[in-house]
Design a protein around this ligand. Structure first.
Ligand code: 4AD
Ligand code: MG
Length: 430
């Protein structure tokens, strides 16, 4: 019976056939241990010399790391293995003999692993992170579909710059200038006026010259947008959503979290509601903590965010930032116009901002004024402004950065491990 490693539990005590790669291997005169992987999981194959033909044992002893094989064997319960099963091998057929594999079980440097990202992805650890990423994406679609959102796909080639003009990837669109999308938000606002509650999931591009463990040049963002939704309601959706994906990973990725050595007790605490702190109070808090240099009107850096996050065991919303720090489209606080109705959600454990969101300006005149203040080309935003002329409504939305979220939930140090092929400053290969 042909099966996959993740499904062997259905075939206990039976003989199965699995297409696999040799992840690792150990052998003595009488027994060989093959670490097999097939994409769905990892299992140990045990080849006992006395139980198989000389041919099979020789193959098991000599097969090289990452060679592809068809293995047959009897599925046996094994309490010591993470999977709970091992394979008592009866046959090995080599499909392709791998040449010397560069990634050996010894330690390798980061640059070497990044140069070999196309192969590094096969490792147990990277496999686990990719599975968790997949689960977060699956749970995202589930959450938004169950809550009445429609998926809408904004364009990647655009003529506008929602998050400021300094970090754009410019390209030619025949004779016109175009940019790779840095956020689908403006289009999602139009879509919300057509479909009510919408979400997007797609790649975004930022020509940011940042080289930190939180920054990618190309990353994936989930951007919900909701009509008739005000500031507080927006935060409630965010905390429900983030708690939902964390709980989904806890439930469906137990093995992967174990492989990564993730402290799951920390994740179990991630339930709604999340704490909220205003920007004003955050400044006071930072002064108390000894950050003397920061003053009202300054943006927070990673050390500030981490200091704030350390006071909580859940993600924390920092709300009501100064207007001057945020993009043109954010709704001012009705009680004071020096702050806007926005919130950044800061993940625990130093993973930084995972969500940026706000209520959007819905007044035509105010939005026009802001576009002018920001020196944005009216022609490119004509359609966006027009949304405020035909039944304008209070509306809000947010963007969750997938890779930072994957890094936090997986417990990996750097976002480069949370996307299959990271685009980083000075890295376009592989
Ligand atoms: O805070 P940002 O820039 O917000 C927006 O783009 C809004 N238009 C979203 C919206 O309201 N629809 O980005 C949102 C999130 C950040 O919180 C962060 O998680 C992630 O995107 N992000 C990055 N992730 C990796 N590398 C980068 N260079 C990132 N820049 C932002
Ligand atoms: Mg932000």
């Amino acid at each position: 019976m042909k099966t996959t490693i993740s499904e062997v539990y259905k075939h206990a005590e039976k003989e199965v056939k699995i297409g696999a790669w040799i992840a690792n291997k150990r052998s003595s005169g009488k027994i060989a241990f093959l670490q097999l992987r097939d994409g769905s999981g990892f299992i140990q194959g045990v080849v006992v010399k006395a139980d198989v033909s000389e041919d099979v044992f020789q193959t098991a002893k000599t097969v090289t790391q990452e060679s592809s094989v068809y293995v047959t064997g009897v599925v046996q319960k094994d309490e010591r293995s993470p999977l709970g099963y091992e394979l008592l091998v009866t046959g090995v057929e080599v499909l392709h003999h791998a040449v010397d594999y560069p990634i050996t079980p010894k330690e390798h440097g980061t640059e070497f692993l990044m140069d070999n990202r196309h192969l590094w992805l096969r490792s147990r650890r990277q496999h686990a992170v990719m599975k968790i990423r997949n689960e977060i994406i699956r749970a995202t679609y589930e959450f938004f579909n169950e809550n009445g959102f429609s998926k809408v796909d904004p364009p990647i080639l655009t003529g506008s710059a929602p998050e400021g003009t300094s970090e754009l990837f410019a390209t030619k669109y025949f004779d016109e200038d175009a940019y790779l999308s840095q956020s689908g938000q403006l289009y999602m606002e139009a879509a919300a006026m057509a479909l009510g509650k919408v979400f997007s999931f797609g790649p975004t591009f930022r020509a940011e010259k940042s080289k930190t463990r939180r920054h990618l040049i190309e990353f994936w963002m989930i951007e919900p947008e909701m009509a008739f939704t005000e500031f507080d309601e927006n935060l409630e959706v965010q905390e429900q959503y983030v708690a939902y994906i964390v709980q989904a990973v806890l439930k469906n990725c137990k093995l992967e979290l174990k492989t990564l050595g993730r402290d799951t007790e920390k994740l179990e605490k991630i339930t709604a509601p999340f704490p909220r702190i205003t920007y004003d109070d955050a400044i006071v808090f930072l002064h108390e903590k000894g950050f003397d240099d920061i003053k009202w009107g300054d943006d927070f850096g990673a050390p500030h965010e981490t200091a704030i996050a350390e006071s909580y065991d859940k993600p924390v919303f920092i709300t009501h930032y100064p207007t001057s720090l945020k993009p043109f489209y954010m709704q001012p606080d009705p009680n004071r116009d020096d702050v806007v109705l926005c919130a950044d959600l800061i993940a625990p454990e130093g993973y930084g901002e995972i969500i940026g969101g706000s209520e959007r300006i819905h007044d035509f005149e105010l939005l026009k004024q802001r576009l002018e203040e920001h020196n944005l080309e009216m022609d490119a935003y004509k359609w966006y402004l027009e949304l405020r002329q035909y039944g304008s409504v209070p509306h809000s939305g947010f963007g969750l950065g997938l890779e930072r979220t994957v890094a936090w939930i997986s417990g990996v140090e750097h976002v480069r491990e949370s996307i299959p092929f990271p685009r980083l400053l000075n890295r376009l290969y592989p």
